[in-house]
Ligand binder design. Structure first.
Ligand code: M6R
Length: 608
């Protein structure tokens, strides 16, 4: 959700914080604001809309020079995206300023309490109560004031604050919401994500749950909410600033789609020995007693899990359930110590997934995270983690994270299958996985017709997606991409369900994208989907068929044929998804939409 930056050091704080906010804008772009701690007190600028609006406002009305500052880019929860609701929020005396990510659940009670004591709350946000509370309890030590206030707050929050009467100090706090420290020489940083300070330092400190951090130019100290010194984990970020830049592409999404061959290769790296054997030392879990696998995730990560189910059940003969994380814990799922829960999350901060994993652990299940973000909460709270090593994914629409999540799932399924002795021909499967980077690269080189087709469909009112077997979740993912980027009605269906209702949607000219299973691996399914294509074509659909090279049976029924390399049937999503990503990106561009920052969305959803 929101992006937060804090800085103290020798540089111009305004520039550092604005630069950081720009790199965090993917987290929310409803408004942006900044407070600097200058010689004469705090100075604040904030504007509704994207960061560019704030930049314009500050160019017209500059803030004073300062070496300490905090900033915020917002995804609105409480109160609309207005100038007044933009962060930072200040207390009555304008001595303390605070930015916040998350939701303070008891804010209404705190607000009434503050109003009764004579405070004037100006915004509609839950955040403003924190500024007033900090102002009330501050007695020369902002970190101590923060600890006192945090003990009164309920919900999920990252808070970062400065006080006019404590020069050089920035204080942060976190509960269930991300915050990392960047350690520099004579300067220090706070941010929701290392991307905000990666241009200045790659040395990071992971903060734990319920901790308060005090930042000065020459030091960092961390305590829990009671004031006891806390143990933190320091780590080196293994990518640099250029990885979080567009590198010549018009959009991050285009860059991230293009990076997929390398991202997939990086996920495999170090996990397959020269002898072709899996080397999965990270899975330091006792897998022998596992009797059931449950996958929890949201959005695109859920689709990766839905594909993984097919591989896990086929290769391990263990039952596997997949569930959207937001539904999981509320239905009292059956879990015990023989259940392996796999939590998939690019950001590692998705609140629904985090809550699902906590529930699973409370019931005694072991949790294995698949994650792309080092130091984030989900891997930290899991029993083991497989990092995808896809590098930073900045575009809101997930692409390379999805493919690398799939690879991680396949590796886990194969490893489990080996442990159980159930995987058919593991060496052959490993070999096919190793071919994936090159195959994804080949798909990327043949995308021009897909782009042209997407442009020609910019005025379509809806697009349907069909698939069978692993092609079904691929269809769901294709539809999700189109919804979030092109704001079009897009639905994915299991092709076999067509006759049970959705076929009524087919009308003259309606574009329907069909993901066709390999005729070699699944000849029966293949025959059935060829029939489905004929059925929809007979009713006027414009058929766009994704089929593997050499599959001639589909050609007569395809108005547009998109070829993908032949793969093992279970691995086909690695190549079949790529045209759908390109299609959605191009169609959104043709409609003039902001590809990297679709309306109403944020990259990581840190509230339930
Ligand atoms: O960071 P996560 O993988 O946990 O995020 C899960 C979803 O919010 C995410 O995949 C979302 O669906 C994407 N924007 C889809 O492109």
């Amino acid at each position: 959700m929101c992006g937060i930056v804090g800085y103290t050091g020798g540089r111009a704080a305004l520039d550092v914080v604005l630069d950081g906010l720009e790199r965090l804008e993917y987290r929310g772009y409803d408004s942006a604001g900044i407070t600097v701690q200058a010689a004469g007190g705090l100075a604040t600028g904030k504007r509704a809309g994207k960061l560019v609006n704030l930049r314009k406002a500050l160019a017209d009305d500059p803030l004073p020079e300062a070496a300490v500052g905090i900033g915020h880019t917002r995804w609105a929860t409480h109160g609309g995206p207005t100038d007044l609701n933009a962060h930072p929020h200040l207390d009555d005396d304008r001595r303390v300023a605070v930015v916040h990510n998350g939701i303070i659940e008891n804010f209404a009670a705190l607000r009434s309490e503050l109003a009764a004591r004579g405070h004037v709350l100006r915004s509609e946000t839950d955040t403003e109560v924190v500024a007033h509370l900090l102002g009330e309890v501050f007695a020369g030590d902002l970190a101590e004031a923060m600890r006192v206030v945090c003990r009164r707050l309920e919900g999920a929050f990252t808070l970062v604050a400065v006080h006019a009467d404590q020069p050089g100090v920035v204080v942060g706090a976190r509960r269930n919401s991300p915050l990392v420290v960047g350690r520099g020489a004579g300067e220090n940083f706070l941010a929701s994500d290392v991307a905000a300070f990666i241009a200045f330092t790659r040395e990071a400190v992971e903060l734990g749950q319920d901790q308060v951090v005090e930042l000065r130019a020459d030091g960092v100290s961390v305590t829990d909410f009671q004031g006891r010194p806390a143990v933190v984990r320091e780590y080196h970020v293994d990518w640099d600033a250029s990885a979080a830049e567009k590198g010549g592409y018009d959009y991050f999404m285009l860059k991230e789609i293009a990076e997929q061959p390398k991202a997939v290769a990086d996920t495999l790296l170090g996990r397959i020995g020269t002898d072709g054997q899996l080397t999965m030392g990270e899975l330091a879990l006792e897998l022998g007693p596992v009797e059931k696998v449950v996958i929890v995730a949201c959005g695109t990560a859920y689709h990766a899990g839905a594909i993984a189910k097919y591989a896990i059940e086929h290769w391990t003969r263990l039952p596997c359930e997949v569930e959207v994380a937001s539904e999981f814990r509320y239905r009292d799922p059956i879990l015990d110590r023989r259940t392996l829960v796999i939590a998939i999350s690019q950001s590692g901060e998705t609140m629904d997934t985090l809550m699902a994993l906590r529930h699973a652990r409370e019931q005694g299940a072991k949790v294995l995270a698949i994650c792309n973000t080092n130091g984030s909460t989900i891997p930290r709270e899991s029993d083991a983690v497989l990092y995808t090593h896809a590098g930073p994914e900045v575009a809101v629409a997930s692409t390379k994270a999805f493919l690398t999540q799939l690879v991680a799932c396949y590796l886990i399924a194969l490893h489990l299958g080996q442990v159980r002795g159930t995987a058919p021909d593991p060496a052959g499967l490993v070999g096919q996985l190793c071919a994936a980077p090159a195959q994804v690269g080949r798909v990327l080189h043949t995308m021009e017709p897909v782009r042209a087709l997407a442009r020609s469909l910019a005025d379509a009112h809806a697009v349907l997606f069909l698939g069978r077997h692993v092609g079904y979740p691929v269809a769901l993912e294709g539809a999700l991409k189109l919804k979030e980027l092109a704001y079009m009605h897009a639905e994915g269906f299991a092709a076999g369900e067509l006759k049970h209702g959705p076929i009524a949607l087919i009308e003259d000219g309606l574009p329907v994208i069909v993901v066709v299973p390999s005729p070699r691996g699944h000849s029966v399914l293949h025959e059935k989907i060829v029939s489905n294509i004929q059925e929809i074509r007979a009713r006027g659909a414009r058929t766009i068929v994704i089929a593997e090279e050499g599959d001639h049976a589909v050609a007569p029924y395809a108005d547009h044929l998109i070829r993908i390399p032949a793969t093992h049937g279970l691995l086909q999503p690695l190549v079949a998804t790529v045209p759908l990503q390109v299609f959605a990106c191009e169609l959104a561009t043709a409609k003039g939409h902001e590809v990297d920052q679709p309306r109403n969305l944020a990259k990581s959803v840190t509230v339930e």
